[in-house]
Every structure is written in C-alpha cells, then in structure tokens.
Design a protein around this ligand. Structure first.
Ligand code: C2E
Ligand code: CA
Ligand code: CA
Length: 415
C-alpha cells in the first residue's frame, strides 16, 4: 500500500489478503495502577513490514461504506485475539471501535451474539466504542442496535467525549455506560484552566449518572496523577504505553506491571457526592415548599437517593468502590451517622410533601443538617489520614519550611 490516501481498491486487496491486524493499547485502572484491558486499534501491515495507521485508510473506507466489510472480516480476528489475551488475563476488557454504519448493518450484533453464545468470549471481555458524531443522527435503528448489544451484556463507551455536538443529550437517551474523554481536551488541560474545568465537570457529571470514565491521550506523569486525583476511573496513553502488537500486549499483561494507583480520587468523589446530596435535599425542600402541590407532578425528577446503599458515599464504604479490607474497617464508623442522615433527609422531604407545619419542617431541616455535618467531619478525617499517609510515603524530608499562617495572613492582608 502506498503512503497516505490509499485507494479503495488497495484497501479491499489488503483486507482480502489478511494485511490488517489489531494493535492493543493497554488500559489501566487508576485505583489499582494495573492493566484492566485495552483498546484494539486497526493497523495495515505492508509486505515489507511497514505499519499503516488507520488515518490513511479509514476515511475512504467510511465514505464508501467499505468499513462494514472491514468490521465483518476483522471481528472474528478480534475474537481470536481476545481468546489469546484471556489466557493470561481472563477478565481483560478489550474495546473495539465501530462506525455508525456498523450499527446500521445487522451483521455485527448477530456475529457478536454467536461468539458469546458459543462461549468463545464473555460479554465482559468486549466493549464497543462509538463516537458522538456517529450517534448524532439518533435513529431508532442505532438505538435498537445499542440496546441489543447491552442485552448481550456488552458495555458501550462514548468515544472522543467533548468534541461532538449533542453529546449531553445523547448520554441521557442512549445506553452508554462509559465515557472516554477526548485526548485533545485532556491534553489542553495544561494550556488553559477552562479545559481543566471541562474535564472535571465531565468527570463529575459522569459520576452523577453512574457512568465510568476513561481518559485517553495521557502523555505525562503529571496528567496521569492529576486525573487519578480528580477521580477518573481508567486511563490510556503514551505515558503508559503506545498501542502494541498482540504478542507484545499479551507479554505485558502476563508481566502485570504496576503504575501509580490510588483510590483517593474515588474517596474525594464520594465526599463531593455527599455534599451534593445535602444541597439536593435542601433544593428539593425549597422547590417543593414554594410550588403548589398540583404542580409537583411537572417538577424535574430529583434524584435524592435516600437509601445509603444507593448513594455514592454508601456504595464506596460498603465496598463496591473502596477496595481494601483496611478501608472497609476504617469506614465502618461512618455507617451509623450516614444511615441517620439519609433517614433525616427522607423525613424532611416527607414533612414537606405531607404539608407539615413550618415548625416541624424547620426542625427536620436542622436535624438533617446536624447529621450531615457529622458525616462530613468523619469523611474529612478519613481524607486527612489518607493524605498524611501518602505524604509520609513520599520522601520530602529535605523540603523547605513554610511560613506560619499568621505571616501569610499579614502577607495577603487578610483580616
Ligand atoms: P481513537 O478511537 O480515538 O483511538 C485513539 C487514537 O489515539 C489511536 O490512534 C491511538 O494510537 C492514539 N493515541 C493513544 N494514546 C495516545 C497518546 O498518548 N498521544 C497521542 N498523540 N495519541 C495517542 P490510531 O490507532 O491511529 O487510531 C485513530 C482512529 O482510528 C481511532 O481513534 C479510531 O477512531 C479509528 N479506529 C482505529 N481502529 C479502528 C477500527 O477497528 N474500526 C473503526 N471503525 N475505527 C478504528
Ligand atoms: Ca476509540
Ligand atoms: Ca478517542
């Protein structure tokens, strides 16, 4: 195949002569710092061994519709690769990129159903990545195809999040369980604080929607650590590894290398969720009491998650999110005040819904805020202990002394 802008005829020839294969880029979990899976990325391999990137042939294949032939031929190859990867890492989740045209053709879902039905792969071993742009013409057929995949147990990830047009609306309408932050947005965090806000808000929003987040295009340790602290779930990028030929990827999985990992970010998120819950209860109390009862039906749905098991903080200390035995023990003491806080929140909302007296409602509000303060103070202590442990582990003995708070106050002229 010649350089860039390969002609369709050559692409067809390459496909039918087995000149395509997948490279695999490792995907790391921020909480453990270990490989959890990877992304399959198409490559053309010329007879002289030159590797052709997808940018040189995908646009033509997309435009002509030939992409569905590529998918149909390469999907069985992907499944074979996954079988090999599973030998060293049985729970590896391999993401596969598809185009909108693949969702219009019935073959992809049929093929996947048969691979899963014959137990060649588990649905958890494969994830489908779709770009926002591909989903924009939100037709019924695309929605049905995605629901079919979800019914098979396959997760759908929205790729390049932050570059499309109507992604927010799509998130609420389609069965998306993972959001992949676009690499441009991730990289531009070091240029403009607005990008940092966009990334942080996207992570926050995904969390509120119970959607997993993956950052891609991470090229430096600083970006890696920052996203870990911001509570992103998984990460890919050249700082960890470029896409690798299958054998190299399998060898890496077998080695089980360790990158920095911490569940800090998740703890902070659970904390922010707790504070946001307090806000939501108070907002709901105000909204309900200022709206006529016959209009309540038209109010926005308010996700108050009064049950501790449904709230992020509860899920985290109950072990779904927190990972170590030690953590779980430490957070046992949160359980009682947390349960009482949710009961108080439910009681406050009920007092308003049943149109209790102003005195009762004020009292219920005070009790709710008191319990919520106890939970807040307890989480703040856990965060402090966690940070102390981390700073102790880092060798910072020879650092400079910092000025006293009193000095800083006069320096900044704080009253
Ligand atoms: P993508 O899905 O957004 O994939 C990520 C691209 O970013 C890959 O380029 C990857 O090699 C590159 N990348 C990963 N980490 C870094 C990093 O830290 N820095 C930089 N600068 N780049 C990084 P690649 O392999 O050239 O793929 C380009 C695009 O081609 C993909 O973008 C995807 O949209 C498409 N593609 C790849 N394989 C397939 C496939 O099998 N089917 C379909 N339909 N599209 C595919
Ligand atoms: Ca992708
Ligand atoms: Ca991407």
């Amino acid at each position: 195949m010649p350089d860039a802008r390969i002609e369709l005829k050559e692409i067809e020839h390459a496909l039918h002569h087995g000149e395509f294969c997948f490279y695999y880029q490792p995907k790391i979990s921020f909480s453990t710092g270990q490989i959890v899976g990877g992304e399959a990325l198409l490559r053309g391999i010329k007879s002289d061994g030159t590797v052709v990137p997808p940018g040189d042939f995908l646009p033509q294949a997309e435009q002509s519709g030939f992409i569905t032939n590529i998918t149909a031929v390469m999907l069985p190859e992907l499944v074979e690769d996954i079988e090999k990867i599973s030998i060293v890492k049985s729970d590896a989740q391999i993401a596969f990129n598809i185009s909108a045209l693949d969702l219009y053709s019935p073959y992809m879902v049929k093929m996947l159903r048969s691979f899963i039905g014959s137990k060649r792969i588990n649905p958890g071993n494969i994830q489908i990545e779709v770009t926002e742009t591909a989903l924009v013409d939100n037709s019924e057929r695309i929605n049905i195809a995605l629901l079919d995949l979800v019914a098979l147990g396959i997760e759908i990830a929205m790729d390049d999040f932050g570059t499309g047009y109507s992604s927010l609306d799509l998130l609420s309408r389609l069965p998306i369980s993972t959001l992949k932050l676009d690499q441009g947005v991730v990289r531009r965090m070091s240029e403009d604080v607005k990008n940092t806000h966009i990334v942080r808000s996207s992570l926050y929003m995904a969390r509120e929607l119970s959607i997993k987040t993956v950052a891609e295009g991470v090229e430096s340790r600083g970006t890696y650590t920052y996203l870990m602290a911001a509570g992103c779930n998984e990460v890919q990028g050249f700082w960890i590894s470029p896409p690798l030929p299958l054998d190299d990827y399998i060898a890496l999985c077998a080695e089980n290398p360790q990158w920095p990992g911490s569940s800090f970010g998740l703890l902070y998120n659970a904390w922010v969720n707790h504070i946001s819950y307090r806000r939501k209860v108070l907002d709901a109390a105000l909204t309900l009491s200022m709206t006529d009862q016959d209009e309540w039906i038209s109010l926005p749905k308010m996700d108050l998650a009064h049950s501790p098991a449904r709230c992020r903080l509860g899920q985290w200390y109950m072990g779904e999110i927190s990972d170590s035995e030690e953590n779980r023990r430490q957070f046992k003491q949160l359980e009682e005040p947390h349960r009482l806080m949710h009961a108080a929140g439910a009681s406050l909302i009920k007092a308003i819904r049943t149109q209790s007296t102003a005195r009762n409602i004020t009292r219920a509000t005070r009790i709710f805020l008191e319990y919520s303060d106890v939970v807040d103070a307890e989480v703040s202590r856990i965060v402090e202990r966690d940070l102390e442990r981390t700073f102790d582990e880092l060798d910072m003995e020879k650092g400079k002394e910092i000025p006293s708070i009193a000095n800083l106050v006069s320096e900044y002229d704080i009253e």
